[in-house]
Design a protein around this ligand. Structure first.
Ligand code: B16
Ligand code: MG
Length: 226
């Protein structure tokens, strides 16, 4: 039985708080083009929540390309350089609708807030969005060894907040992230498509639809249904 007293929220970054997936896609697309093949936005869905190294491994398989260890490292750097160029255009206006309000309401309720993102650029993006101050802990691609769907990222986040997994809820837009949350014993709110994220405890299209009161109501409905 899940503890109804939720004391912490763990947010994924890309796709939950902001839409950086499109910049990752453009940078990877430029890289695959450089390597002599192309990949679609649909295929990019597979890369959501996936670490930089695992993403390049996936793409090389897709394009049937082989690289030396040195080339692999160089291409990782190149992709990130292009990604950093693209996100230069980001401002606090790139925060997805309803996110700021949700963070403010959660803080007012005394709930701890953590970040659980696979991105090594997460601290820079939080700063750009002007929301770093909301976070009691930041767990990103620099702090973990096993990427989603391994639950390490969220388990480490909960421990940083001094909470147990059953006291926290994870917000995720990627199937690998939903799997990671569930494997760690967390409730998980899927942000995005109901069909894709059907394993999540409940799914909302975004924080425009999910304000803090709706979230609390959904949680108690869920608890009652157990
Ligand atoms: P970086 P999330 C993930 O962030 C992205 O969804 C994924 O597309 C990206 O490859 C990964 O971060 C690593 O990002 O190259 O910036 O370290 O969704 O876990 O917040
Ligand atoms: Mg994500």
């Amino acid at each position: 039985m899940h503890n109804p007293a939720i004391r912490g929220l763990l947010f994924d970054l890309d796709g939950v708080l902001c839409d950086t997936a499109k910049y990752h896609y453009l940078a990877w697309k430029r890289l695959t083009n450089e390597l002599g093949f192309d990949f679609t936005e649909e295929q990019n869905e597979e890369l959501k929540g996936v670490s930089r190294i695992d993403s390049l491994t996936y793409l090389l398989k897709l394009g049937e390309k082989k690289l030396t260890v040195e080339q692999f490292e160089d291409f990782l750097i190149l992709k990130n350089t292009w990604y950093l160029e693209l996100i230069k255009e980001m401002t606090p206006n790139h925060l997805l609708p309803g996110v700021l309000h949700f963070l403010e309401s959660s803080k007012k309720e005394g709930i701890k807030i953590g970040l659980g993102s696979s991105s090594k650029n997460a601290p820079l993006i939080l700063k750009t969005l002007n929301i770093t101050g909301f976070f009691d802990c930041i767990v990103d691609g620099n702090s973990i060894t096993k990427s989603k769907p391994n639950p390490e990222i969220f388990l480490f986040g909960a421990s940083q907040l001094n909470l147990q997994p059953n006291e926290c809820v994870v917000f995720e837009d990627a199937t690998s992230g939903v799997d990671a949350a569930l494997a760690g014993g967390f409730l998980c709110v899927g942000i995005g498509n109901q069909k894709t994220l059907n394993k999540a405890t409940f799914v909302y299209s975004g924080f425009k639809e999910l304000d803090f009161n709706t979230f609390v109501k959904s949680l108690s409905q869920y608890e009652r249904s157990l």
